[in-house]
Design a protein around this ligand. Structure first.
Ligand SMILES: Cc1cc2nc3c(=O)[nH]c(=O)nc-3n(C[C@H](O)[C@H](O)[C@H](O)COP(=O)(O)OP(=O)(O)OC[C@H]3O[C@@H](n4cnc5c(N)ncnc54)[C@H](O)[C@@H]3O)c2cc1C
Length: 420
């Protein structure tokens, strides 16, 4: 069938979905492109929602993937504020919340993830927040400013990236902040205890209190207001607002009810191959929701990071057009906290590495940390050191043995170690 007569439907108006639409047009696809998103806002990028937008230093307009007029120019038909509620693979149709049905020749599921909720009494109180959407950030911004004015207290459940970034933003408003985390350090499973300690110190210097190794058992409230948080060790922590930042769950309900293959529960998401194709050849998945086989690490990964949506959406679009695609980017993540900028490249889950090497000055928070297995670099994190992502990624990709002493020696250029 010629392109002009084909309809490509994208469910999910986030970064992966919007970038896929852009790529379809950039690759010359002349058929219909329909983008369905359940949020009312045009597709936007989420990182600023826990950083400069939340702290009040970035404009709302700066977060959008494209300006609204772009969609009309690119002839991308938008259905915003409209969930896709059912997927019928036999008739190749997607049903929307208002009952409308859209036929597809190829479908991309880019439905992202949603925040996990605390399963404790009091979780439905009005002062308990989650942060995924622009609307959440709009609300939380006002709340943090109010806490800052009134010496109010924020309790953050979870010392992951979002929890820490919100803690940092809350401190810039002057709010009192306590972070409660079940594991012994922040970002324990993402970065391990060594880097976790460094981040905990950074936050303590800025006045954040931590409670590690315990969990919230109850959010105490009255008249829908939060008053305190109880932890399993029997302590009570004053709180006016709670942010539940305990991770996100991939949005797989459409895929599940349509019978698409899902990844094992420990990974979650929709199972796709290295070209991001699902178990149905007419359907691809990209971004946070896609659990893809990564050829380099020879394992299935689901990457809840901005860069994976940025590149995964376009990769899926090219695959939908019939091009040969291998989505084998090195996972990449960035964060900013109190002006400390960090970039992480690679994949080094707990138990995968046997050595850590640091080059630079941890005390000054200007360093690159490497995670190694048998002297092969699995991942690297650069903190306040710029322009080293390329050699770090080349080191990871090469899989070659690297002398740890040279890796730790700032006088040996990383480019020399990384090779071509
Ligand atoms: C607060 C915050 C800060 C972050 N900061 C960073 C960072 O600093 N660095 C980094 O690398 N990553 C960061 N991330 C992660 C990054 O934003 C995500 O990896 C990225 O948004 C994933 O894009 P996506 O398009 O796959 O999914 P999403 O951005 O979640 O978009 C999916 C969209 O699909 C919609 N949708 C879902 N189901 C349906 C349906 N049935 N019908 C219609 N629409 C549907 C959703 O509502 C959503 O709008 C952050 C995330 C958050 C929440």
């Amino acid at each position: 069938m010629v392109d002009a007569h084909r309809t490509f439907v994208i469910v999910g108006g986030g970064l992966a979905g919007a970038k896929a639409a852009e790529t379809l047009r950039a690759e010359g696809f002349t058929g219909r492109v329909i983008l369905i998103g359940d949020e009312r806002d045009h597709p936007y990028e989420r990182p600023a929602l826990s950083k400069d937008y939340l702290a009040g230093t970035a404009e709302r307009g700066s977060v959008f993937v494209h300006e609204p007029a772009w969609y009309a120019r690119a002839e991308v038909e938008l259905h915003l504020g409209q969930p896709a509620v059912r997927l019928d693979r036999d008739t190749r149709t997607v049903e929307l919340g208002d009952g409308a049905r859209v036929h597809y020749d190829a479908l991309l599921l880019a439905t992202g993830a949603e925040p996990r909720r605390l399963d404790v009494p009091g979780t439905d109180l009005a002062g308990v927040h989650h942060l995924r959407r622009l609307a959440h950030a709009d609300r939380l911004r006002g709340v943090l400013a109010g806490l800052g004015r009134d010496n109010g207290h924020l309790v953050v459940a979870g010392a992951g990236w979002i929890g820490l970034e919100v803690a940092a933003a809350a401190r810039t408003y002057g709010a009192e902040v306590t972070v409660i985390e079940t594991l012994p350090t922040p970002l324990h499973s993402a970065l391990g205890p060594e880097m976790g300690e460094i981040l905990a110190d950074l936050h303590r210097e800025h006045g954040v209190r931590f409670r590690f190794g315990t969990r919230i058992t109850e959010i105490v409230g009255q008249d829908s207001q939060v008053l305190a948080v109880r932890t399993e060790d029997g302590d009570e922590h004053p709180a006016h607002t709670v942010l539940a930042a305990i991770g996100a769950a991939p949005r797989i309900s459409l895929a599940r009810t349509a019978g698409l293959e899902l990844a094992e529960e420990s990974i979650g998401g929709i199972a796709v191959d290295a070209s991001l194709r699902t178990s149905d050849p007419h359907i691809h998945a990209a971004g946070d929701v896609a659990a893809f086989h990564h050829p380099l690490f020879d394992t299935r990964l689901r990457v809840e990071h901005w860069a994976n949506a940025l590149h995964g959406g376009p990769a899926a679009a090219r695959a939908m057009l019939g091009q040969e695609v291998v989505h084998d980017r090195i996972p990449y993540f960035f964060s900013d906290q109190y002006g400390m900028s960090m970039e992480y490249s690679g994949w080094a889950p707990p138990g995968s590495y046997d050595q850590m090497v640091v080059r630079g000055d941890v005390g000054k928070r200007e360093f690159v940390a490497f995670w190694l297995h048998e002297e092969r670099v699995l991942a690297g994190l650069n903190a306040n050191v710029r322009d080293v992502t390329d050699p770090i990624q080349r080191l990871v990709r090469s899989g070659r043995r690297t002398d740890p002493e040279k890796l730790a020696d700032p006088s040996v250029p990383l480019d020399d170690l990384a090779g071509d």
